[in-house]
Design a protein around this ligand. Structure first.
Ligand code: PMT
Length: 409
């Protein structure tokens, strides 16, 4: 019986940081997506994780020292590097980035970087001060101009107990970006370089009193994925973020605006020179007519009513007041007649495109890592997309936006 061949070959480089253990999960996710993964580690990475772990999971000899007498391939850095479709480094330390940027090849991973013609994707993770060092920024800028793709680290609590940028991006997003590059849907092109994109993200909170509010289950994942993707494609990105439960991406400017009214105000402060607006936030349609100034007491009431009033429709107003050429995209979170209701919103709010998600489906809508959406363009039919990560969907949406822009030129 012939062995089934995997679709893609990935070289996974693991360098010496506390996030090295997360490379195991990246390896598993890539294997689930039909990749044969071969692992190489620096000696420092092997202090954090035993090479045996990767050997058992990948089914291949793990290269740490190519001079090691146990290494079955005497010119491994050449053979390894020329067999792979993608060289992925997770985590990438400041030291390894510096060596890549300067052509230093003093271990297996850095020699592979020089010897490989495969596309390279790196996911850095390090202490915030190291990330912010001008030397690190210089090395990253040089690598970007050499064509290396980055999955930028996120803000969060780091191993050293400080809070700041430097935490490894979610493993699902790293694997999704690797898969997008392997399938040729990765965006090495900076096709949004001249765009200024404003995106609303997350849910809103509408105060009942100083303690309580009405809100919804939006995590901000979808909107942050759009912000990340647009930023990586070269756009200047401003996020107007309501309530969110995940870390924002690094790069885009983040403005916090918790209520629908605050979000409305923040959007209209930012929109004047925007070229693209995307309404990904789940903005409340109604808010309590007046929020109580002090905590509402139960007293002996069994029932209580709240009088609600409509909020301003931010998306509709951006669309109706836009300058010529500004592209406006909205979302529609629906539970029934998804495409029909979304198409009504597209027409009523005069949008260029609407992304409809059926939030009753498993793996779609609020708070999930993935989404299942239909995209409907003005005057077009709905395109039903398969389940994909929110980052992949973000790129599909931005592809549509770039196409609409190019058609209008
Ligand atoms: O954040 P996640 O957990 O990742 O979840 C993602 C999501 C489900 C929130 C997202 O994919 C989504 O569907 N966002 C829109 C949710 C929504 O409020 O849909 P809607 O049908 O009520 O609103 C339609 C559009 O009008 C949306 O673009 C919304 O941002 C906009 N709107 C609505 C009301 C209002 N007052 N102002 C607005 O701008």
């Amino acid at each position: 019986m012939s062995e089934k061949k995997n679709q893609f070959k990935v070289g996974l480089g693991v360098t010496g940081g506390i996030a090295a253990y997360k490379a195991i999960e990246v390896l598993r996710l890539l294997q689930k997506s039909d990749c044969d993964v071969r692992v190489a580690m620096t000696t420092h990475a092997a202090e954090f994780i035993q090479p045996l772990t990767f050997r058992a999971l990948s089914g291949h000899y793990v290269l740490v020292d190519d001079y090691d007498s146990g290494n079955p391939d005497p010119i491994a850095h050449i053979n390894f590097s020329q067999e792979i479709d993608l060289f992925l480094v997770v985590p990438a330390t400041a030291n390894t980035l510096a060596k890549f940027a300067n052509g230093i090849a003093d271990d297996f991973i850095t020699s592979t970087y020089l010897a490989s013609t495969a596309p390279v994707l790196v996911a850095p993770a390090m202490n915030t001060t190291m990330w912010n060092q001008p030397a690190t920024a210089r090395n990253i800028a040089r690598l970007k101009s050499d064509g290396v793709r980055f999955v930028e680290p996120i803000a969060g609590e780091l191993a050293c107990k400080t809070v700041g940028t430097g935490k490894l991006e979610d493993v699902e997003n790293i694997a999704a970006q690797a898969m997008a590059m392997l399938k040729g849907t990765g965006h090495s092109a900076r096709d949004l370089e001249n765009e200024r994109v404003v995106i609303t993200v997350g849910g809103t909170r509408e105060a009942i009193d100083p303690v309580r509010f009405i809100s919804n289950r939006s995590s901000g994942r979808m909107g942050f994925a759009l912000a990340r993707a647009a930023f990586e494609r070269g756009a200047e990105v401003t996020v107007i973020a309501g309530s969110t439960s995940v870390d924002p991406p690094t790069g885009p400017r983040i403005i916090n605006a918790l209520s629908a009214a605050e979000m409305h105000e923040a959007v209209f402060e930012e929109i004047s020179d925007a070229t693209v607006f995307i309404g990904a936030a789940a903005v409340a349609d109604y808010r309590p007519k007046s929020a109580a100034a002090s905590k509402i007491k139960k007293k002996d009431r069994d029932e209580m009513s709240l009088e609600l009033e409509r909020t301003e429709d931010i998306l509709a107003k951006v669309s109706s007041t836009r300058r010529n050429g500004v592209i406006v995209a909205g979302f529609a979170a629906e539970t029934t007649n998804v495409v029909e209701y979304a198409t009504e919103k597209l027409k009523k709010k005069n949008l260029d495109l609407v992304i409809a998600n059926d939030i009753t489906k498993d793996g779609a809508g609020f708070n999930s890592e993935t989404n299942i959406a239909s995209i409907i363009e003005k005057g077009g039919a709905a395109e039903n997309l398969p389940k994909m990560s929110k980052l992949e969907l973000a790129h599909v949406i931005l592809d549509r936006i770039a196409k609409i822009r190019d058609a209008g030129k």
